[in-house]
Ligand binder design. Structure first.
Ligand code: AQP
Length: 336
């Protein structure tokens, strides 16, 4: 990064359903920590959400619920800019320009499209295909230097770096876009589904039992952890012995992260136990971490006026930066 570049954090969350443990441990926790150290912009990425059809009434509700989730997890709208993506037109404008910088070959390598489009690729929206270009636009619109994301978004961030580089080279705009750095927390970068340890925990996964939602009650958390898939072997004493046991590894990873310890230390204390005993401790740790956040979300959801005010204030602040930067981009590209 250029020494004179001002550090700025940007990240987003899709309003596609309730925030879950994966969003919290993989992203939100990091967002909150960064807010103490750097200038941050956090966006409810509603333009990304519609790459898969969303019921309009549901979408409205989810935008506000995600905003409530941001605040309940500890984001401070006086410190950080919090807004929804569609209210700042610069995102769409820059996305189009970057669609023309990005290459089809680059898009074809994106694994998330392959996973989300599944077998029915021909029927997926074009928006889902160019989703990573919009993500690059989100970041570059603010000239953000750091992007906290879960490990699942690493490939998209690498693409954003390539696009920034190509734009700077093509238009001989030396260092115009900073090359953004991913900030992926190393301890637990991907929380896996409770039903299948090889798939990530996800909002859009059909089974409710695959994830812990931040709004789950104590009872629901207990039930979901009790039903979480494991295997018949007891807890081993070495991490290497978890290699072919993805579900066991996932639960032990979650427990270690939530209780602020290492998997090695957890194994030291739990080796030889069967999973039913461990699951009780995991449930208790999750209830202590998640339930206070869930209660705050539920309270905030009753105050739409407050949530709308937060978004409006954030939109105004985001627009100031976005307008300046998109104006400069248009000038560089040759628009009059
Ligand atoms: N399972 C996960 N483990 C770690 N991090 C995760 N993130 C999402 N799932 C996990 C991180 O959360 C941030 C916001 O993600 P998003 O909601 O915008 O999109 P996503 O990654 O597509 O999340 P979902 O839950 O899978 O949503 P749907 O089902 O709608 O596609 C990102 O930083 C992401 O890395």
């Amino acid at each position: 990064m250029n020494k004179n570049t001002k550090t700025l954090v940007f990240s987003g969350v899709q309003p596609t359903g309730n925030l879950h443990l994966g969003n919290y441990l993989g992203a939100m926790k990091n967002f909150v920590d960064l807010q103490k150290k750097m200038e941050c912009i956090y966006c409810v990425v509603d333009l990304h959400a519609i790459t898969v059809f969303q019921d309009p009434q549901e979408l409205k509700k989810n935008i506000l619920d995600t905003t409530a989730g941001f605040v309940a997890c500890g984001l401070d709208f006086k410190k950080s800019i919090i807004f929804n993506q569609s209210s700042v037109s610069g995102h769409s404008e820059l996305a189009w320009i970057l669609n023309c910088v990005s290459r089809v070959g680059w898009m074809n390598r994106m694994t998330q499209f392959k996973e989300k489009a599944g077998k029915n690729k021909e029927n997926a929206s074009v928006g889902l295909y160019v989703y990573p270009n919009l993500m690059a636009a989100d970041i570059l619109l603010y000239k953000a230097t750091h992007v906290p994301v879960g490990d699942d978004q690493k490939q998209h961030l690498e693409l954003a770096r390539d696009i920034a580089q190509k734009f700077n080279n093509d238009f001989k705009a030396n260092n115009f876009f900073p090359i953004p750095e991913p900030l992926i927390q190393k301890k637990l970068s991907r929380v896996m589904s409770l039903r299948d340890g090889t798939k990530k925990m996800s909002k859009s996964e059909e089974s409710d039992y695959s994830r812990i939602d931040l709004q789950d009650s104590e009872d629901e958390i207990n039930k979901k952890i009790k039903k979480a898939k494991t295997d018949s072997s007891p807890i081993p004493d070495k991490v290497e012995d978890l290699k072919n046991r993805p579900e066991a590894l996932n639960l032990l990873n979650i427990y270690s992260f939530v209780t602020n310890t290492t998997v090695e230390k957890t194994l030291e204390n739990m080796a030889g136990k069967d999973f039913s005993k461990f699951k009780n401790e995991l449930s208790d740790a999750l209830v202590a971490t998640i339930c206070p956040i869930g209660k705050k979300i539920k309270k905030l959801k009753n105050d739409n006026k407050y949530l709308l005010e937060i978004l409006r204030e954030g939109t105004n602040k985001a627009n100031v930066i976005a307008k300046k930067n998109i104006g400069k981009v248009k000038e560089i590209v040759g628009f009059i």
